[in-house]
Design a protein around this ligand. Structure first.
Ligand code: ZN
Length: 231
């Protein structure tokens, strides 16, 4: 059973199959995002849940859950410290904190967050992103102007005005953008993938994002074998 962080619904899921694991490590299919949709959808056994309607935070939580039910919750990955030391670090995926939306967001609905931009003094409405927004999110990530692009994507309206140009967002005061992106992030749900890692050589602690893109995430044993690295 998996509890969806946005709506709190419990759904039945199954382990990953070999064909899904192959999809997840296929770089081309990863890049266009089709692999993730296909894998998540095939592993949900409870009918009526479209992964494109799940929030981005739900999807990451589900992906981590599927990894844990398939291979166990222990994730070992390599970390390199500023001191030059390279070491293996172990995280327990089941112990990562999960944030649920409060109040829960019924499946299929949108969550709108309304705030007043501190400098501009205008009311802004932004929304939490769903799986179906991921193609546009990817396009924005590949663009230099990523934060204003992201803000444009999540903005529903500003003081009743719905269509705002890229220029409008570029001309916004930087503190307004920082404020609303911060509020938007704080309103989202899902797994907190920030981990604290301590270097065994120098004792320094660094904060890092869990390396979900690491081959060991979906092939914890096989990825160590050289024949796979050669392909
Ligand atoms: Zn170190």
């Amino acid at each position: 059973m998996f509890r969806i962080p946005s709506c709190g619904d419990e759904i039945e899921v199954r382990k990953l199959k070999v064909k899904e694991q192959s999809l997840l490590v296929d770089r081309k299919r990863q890049r266009d995002g089709s692999a993730l949709n296909e894998v998540l959808q095939s592993c949900i056994l409870t009918p009526g849940y479209d992964v494109k309607e799940l929030l981005v935070g739900d999807r990451l939580a589900l992906l981590i859950h599927l990894r844990a039910v398939t291979y166990g919750s222990e994730f070992v990955f390599r970390v390199t410290c500023d001191c030059g030391e390279s070491f293996m670090w172990k995280e327990d995926l089941s112990a990562l904190p999960v944030k649920y939306l409060d109040p829960p967001l019924p499946y299929g609905e949108d969550r709108i967050i309304e705030r007043v931009l501190p400098s501009l003094g205008k009311k802004i409405k932004v929304r939490l992103l769903k799986g179906k927004d991921e193609p546009r999110m990817r396009a924005i990530r590949n663009n230099e102007n990523s934060l204003s692009g992201l803000l444009r994507l999540i903005t529903v309206e500003v003081e009743g005005e719905k269509v705002l140009s890229a220029k409008w967002f570029d001309d916004l005061d930087a503190d307004d953008m920082d404020y609303i992106i911060g509020e938007w992030r704080a309103s989202d749900c899902g797994v907190d993938t920030t981990v604290q890692v301590e270097c065994p050589a120098c004792g320094r602690t660094q904060e890092m994002e869990l390396p979900i893109g690491d081959p060991a995430f979906f092939m914890p044993k096989a990825s160590k074998k050289s024949f796979l690295q050669a392909v």
